[in-house]
Write a protein that binds this ligand. Structure first.
Ligand code: PRX
Length: 630
């Protein structure tokens, strides 16, 4: 029996859950009325599995709902308290953001951007990043933000796939006191791309950059431009953004999100999960380059006219107290972070947070990976002083917003450390076996979602077939997220990690296929297999097994260094492996499939079962010997 925490801080409104469960279509229709629509919808849901259109006939604009709607009551209210890594800080009110966004919308128009065009944004965590996103949304352009830790090869693929007309970047960004030369990375990535017409460059670090013919400085473009730009009235399913994410194939998938449904999902979940109030100061540590930043740094808080803190840099720079320092400085009341960050903070010891006044906190959130009960309890006791509920939110890039979470803004339920509790109202979730039958309570199975929800992806960018195959083919008419889960006897859901070949390293999603295709493109490598093993801080760490081509005699240490560098250059530092092993063969089935799960068990030091189905069981002996030697 797992421990329960009756925190009792929530509301007691169970009517929404009842309505959501009995008729999710009319339920979401009611929720959508919280937003501003230029014209209302005539049909709430047009469901032609697996394609959903929400709020058909309705017209809306994300930027209008984030900014214009607050101008009469909140133009002087801080929207963003921005904290630079180097100690710079700046406050943007709702009025300031409104002006900057309208100006940048006009800049985009002056550069020839029109409705439906794609704009790639590769910026550090600076206010100009949400400004650029909201400007795209305002004129109906589709933004595609790329995490500023990705390398030029990864960016190249993404820009080529989206055929972005404009790229927005900065001279550099700060990371652990060093300057990351973002502009150089972009110059490399777009070489030969004639379809990229302009590169807009923001000066953040003032490091020297080369100015190329396509380049235009942000500050020059903004100097004399008009600060008035009406928001476009867009169809509810007009694409708001593409966000690339790792899948089980070599190339990242372009997850495409719409507008009306997505905003409805965000508005509702932000209100329910964080019980948001006008006086709150919300601090989400996610980088905007990932979906949490899109949904719960940019859109959801602004839809609510909330005040938030946005931090530019590393959580442990200049020292390990930085996060608590920021929380205290801005009197943050809601903190939303990842289990990886929490495990790191926990390792630094309780004295660090204990020397700050964190009494302003009232809610604590977690996202991105399973939170282990030990860390949950530490978060609850040491950071929340046993008065803040832990809001463990399960969702994905594809779901757009939270799908399983405690909802203190709606109802009070006991919390259990390690469980994300119940699905949000209107969402029907089961845990099933291979054949789609519900598994008994407390049994591990596959998570499935049985009805459409408003935040769901529209499709994969220009690849409807892949969208159908990846998410909707395993179980008829059900969405398959690729996660293992378990339901206990109270109906609480426990998320148990990925069931496919996707790793979660420090909360970042990395496909083993993406890594393997990078490694085998090295001229010394014949074959490679990648797996994840448990890691005390990052949740999972990357382990690489490599078979070299015949005749390669280079020293293994040099090869290891070269491969690590290659991965860091081709994908980015987040994909740096913990260990690279050189072996003479990989364990395969007789049909030639690499047994990654077996590699994972060996590398994690777990017991391995029957190896008789292997084509050559001696592969396992060799790997075991090599791992023991290390
Ligand atoms: O495996 C689940 C894990 O993160 C995956 C989605 O990753 P991504 O698209 O990068 O989005 C992360 C931020 C929403 C899921 O399939 N995951 C996310 N949240 C949780 C989680 N695993 C367990 N508990 C969570 N709260």
């Amino acid at each position: 029996m797992s421990e329960k925490f009756d925190i009792g801080l929530g509301h007691n409104d169970y009517t929404l859950r009842k309505q959501g469960d009995s008729d999710f279509v009319s339920f979401w229709s009611d929720q959508a009325k919280n937003l501003h629509w230029f014209s209302t919808w005539h049909k709430t849901l047009d469901w032609r599995p697996p394609f959903a259109k929400w709020f058909v006939g309705g017209t809306i604009n994300a930027s209008y709902n984030a900014l214009d709607v607050h101008q009469s009551a909140k133009s002087d209210k801080p929207a963003i308290f921005w904290e630079g890594e180097n100690g710079d800080s700046k406050t943007y009110t709702y009025g300031d953001l409104f002006i900057e966004v309208q100006k940048f919308s006009n800049v985009l128009k002056s550069l020839g951007v029109t409705k439906g065009d794609r704009v790639t944004i590769y910026l550090p965590m600076v206010p100009e990043l949400p400004i650029a996103m909201l400007a795209c949304a305002r004129i109906g352009a589709i933004h595609t933000v790329i995490f500023s830790g990705f390398s030029s090869a990864s960016i190249k693929d993404r820009i080529e796939d989206s055929k972005s007309k404009i790229v927005i970047t900065a001279d550099g960004g700060y990371r652990r006191g060093k300057i990351v030369k973002l502009k150089e990375v972009i110059d490399d990535a777009i070489e030969g791309f004639d379809f990229v017409e302009h590169v807009v460059v923001l000066e953040r670090t003032k490091n020297k950059i080369s100015i190329l013919p396509k380049d235009k400085l942000w500050k020059d473009l903004m100097k004399t431009i008009s600060d008035s730009c009406d928001a476009e009235k867009l169809d509810s399913d007009h694409p708001l953004y593409i966000l690339y994410t790792s899948g089980t194939t070599g190339k990242p998938k372009g997850v495409l999100h719409g507008t009306g449904g997505y905003l409805t999902h965000l508005y509702s979940t932000f209100k329910w999960a964080f019980d948001i109030k006008d006086s709150d100061v919300f601090f989400c540590t996610a980088d905007i380059g990932w979906v949490t930043g899109h949904s719960y740094v940019v859109y959801a808080p602004l839809l609510h006219g909330a005040t938030q803190v946005m931090y530019e840099g590393a959580p442990d720079f200049p020292d390990v107290s930085r996060m608590w320092n920021i929380l205290e400085k801005y009197s943050a009341s809601i903190f939303y972070t990842t289990p990886t960050a929490l495990r790191m903070f926990m390792k630094f010891g309780d004295d660090v947070p204990n020397s700050f006044d964190l009494s302003s906190l009232r809610l604590l959130g977690s996202v991105g990976e399973p939170i282990n009960p030990e860390v949950w309890k530490w978060y609850y006791k040491t950071i929340g002083k046993q008065k803040c509920p832990i809001i463990d939110t399960w969702w994905q890039t594809e779901t757009g917003g939270m799908m399983i979470s405690p909802l203190p803004g709606l109802e009070t339920i006991p919390l259990k450390p390690g469980s994300a509790t119940l699905p949000i109202p209107g969402v029907d979730i089961s845990v099933v076996d291979e054949f789609g039958s519900d598994v008994p309570p407390n049994t591990k199975g596959y998570l499935i979602i049985k009805n459409p929800w408003p935040g769901m992806l529209l499709t994969l960018w220009e690849d409807d077939e892949k969208y159908k195959n990846v998410y909707w083919s395993k179980y008829p008419s059900c969405y398959y997220p690729g996660d293992y889960a378990m339901k206990d006897t109270d109906g609480y859901l426990w998320l148990l990690g990925r069931a496919d070949d996707i790793l979660k390293v420090a909360g970042h999603r990395i496909g083993t296929a993406e890594l393997e295709s990078c490694i085998v493109s090295d001229c010394d490598v014949a074959e490679s297999a990648v797996c994840g093993i448990p890691d005390e801080i990052k949740g999972e760490a990357i382990i690489v097994f490599t078979v070299l081509k015949d005749g390669v005699t280079t020293d293994k240490n040099i090869l290891e260094k070269n491969l690590t560098t290659k991965i860091r250059i081709d994908i980015g530092p987040i994909a740096t492996p913990k260990q690279i092993y050189f072996v003479s063969k990989l364990p395969k089935t007789r049909s030639g499939k690499i047994m990654r799960r077996l590699l994972k068990s060996i590398a994690s030091g777990e017991k391995i079962g029957d190896t008789s189905t292997l084509d050559d069981p001696s592969a396992v002996d060799e790997i075991q010997k090599i791992i023991t030697k290390n």
